[in-house]
Design a protein around this ligand. Structure first.
Ligand code: CTP
Length: 393
């Protein structure tokens, strides 16, 4: 059933073994509330049947330009008019060649030509086919024509060879669709983001760290990238996939994070300090493993530099956004931190709800007052924060 707020995506599938992954892609699109119309080339139907996609989408799968079920024979026009975007995944070397030279000899290629929405293609083919000068020429042509190329990825191929040409994973394709459909309000803005925990070494096998997963910071990075910002991410140790398109600098300790921020802060317009930076670090990290001995053990800690406060103290600071993870008196402590660090915006979180979780609820505190964002996944919260900050720049 269609709901008014649903966005439509036209998914074209061409003849490659990666077509089976497109069934999962349909699921991902549906999870994000997209209504998916599938269109298959004749070759694609030899790899996976239209029935699969019909069952998944609840829509008739379009395969034939002469399909008598379509009353006015205008499927190639109608299918794209409602679509926010057209995606061809997998896209074979053959369909890329046709698109690059304007050949429209079946329903899919005719529709691609008749579209009035963005076109994304996810190439999938044997590595030699991908490396062919003709394919590379076609890809260049498509880029010039404004087509968004997603992937391909490298790795094991269905044919048994290893190399570049695998279809990009459905999650990445999903991300690229969302980016393509996001208004580029942050285009040209240079933004520095810190994310994740820091880890302070005690000896070669032990360290002090915290429960930050980095998810909030990485979600901020994704929201910025989708809006066209140029992002440098300085990340503590996390188990997250590096965001595609950001410059990633990996660090471990608070000192390394401070040095990396100092090195990259020049010319940044905005600084999101999302990292949970250790406030203290061992006075000395032992060179050898500290051996257990009877009785208690005392570890001397020295304070680290407050990175955010040091950035805010610069003569021409970027627009600084701090994050405050508190367990009690959340808004009050966060407001105090905003003033103490001399920053225009702080985002207050409840540490019990935020650290390590996929969801969050926050209060954005700025000169105008408090702006709560209701509990939602960190992607939505990040989008809310980034959009709010944009209004203050
Ligand atoms: N922060 C920082 N460098 C530090 C400590 C914190 O840049 N050495 C930044 C964080 O990235 C965050 C903000 O300061 O944006 C607040 O961090 P938080 O840990 O909540 O507060 P602290 O200033 O460390 O104070 P406290 O631990 O006493 O709550």
């Amino acid at each position: 059933m269609t709901t008014p707020q649903q966005k439509h995506i036209l998914l074209g599938i061409t003849g490659g073994i990666a077509a089976y992954k497109s069934a999962y892609l349909v699921r991902l699109l549906q999870e994000r509330s997209y209504l998916v119309q599938v269109m298959m080339s004749e070759a694609a139907t030899h790899f996976i049947t239209p029935v699969t996609f019909q069952a998944l989408t609840g829509q008739v799968v379009l395969t034939d330009i002469w399909d008598p079920r379509i009353p006015n024979r205008m499927a190639h026009i109608e299918a794209t008019r409602k679509a926010e975007a057209m995606l061809i995944a997998p896209a074979t070397a053959n369909v890329l060649a046709k698109l690059a030279s304007g050949v429209a000899d079946d329903l899919l290629t005719t529709t691609a030509m008749a579209r009035n929405c963005p076109l994304l293609v996810a190439p999938a083919m044997n590595r030699e086919m991908w490396a062919q000068p003709s394919t590379q020429r076609n890809i260049e042509q498509l880029k010039q024509d404004g087509v968004l190329i997603v992937g391909p990825a490298s790795g094991n191929q269905a044919c048994g060879e290893v190399g570049e040409g695998r279809m990009e994973e459905p999650e990445t394709i999903m991300l690229m669709i969302e980016r393509a459909l996001t208004h580029k309000t942050w285009a040209g803005k240079r933004v520095l983001v810190t994310a994740g925990p820091t880890m302070e070494s005690i000896d070669p096998v032990r360290a002090i760290t915290n429960h930050s997963s980095g998810k909030m910071g990485y979600a901020i990075v994704e929201a910025l990238l989708a809006r066209g910002a140029e992002v440098t991410l300085i990340s503590g140790p996390v188990a997250l996939t590096p965001p595609l398109g950001a410059q990633l600098i990996s660090v471990v300790s608070a000192e390394q994070m401070f040095n990396a921020v100092t090195e990259h802060i020049e010319d940044q317009e905005v600084f999101f300090s999302v990292a949970a930076v250790a406030d203290y670090t061992p006075q000395q990290s032992a060179m050898q493993k500290i051996k257990k001995s009877a009785g208690s053990f005392t570890l001397e800690l020295a304070p680290t530099v407050d990175i955010l406060a040091s950035v805010a103290q610069r003569s021409a600071p970027p627009f600084c956004v701090g994050f405050a993870a508190e367990t009690n008196h959340i808004d009050e402590y966060a407001s105090q931190k905003r003033l103490a660090k001399n920053i225009p915006v702080i985002v207050a979180n409840n540490a019990h709800h935020a650290l390590g979780h996929d969801d969050n609820e926050v209060v954005i505190i700025d000169q105008h007052g408090q702006h709560p964002l209701a509990r939602a996944n960190k992607k939505c919260i990040a989008e809310g924060i980034v959009e709010h900050v944009f209004t203050l720049l």
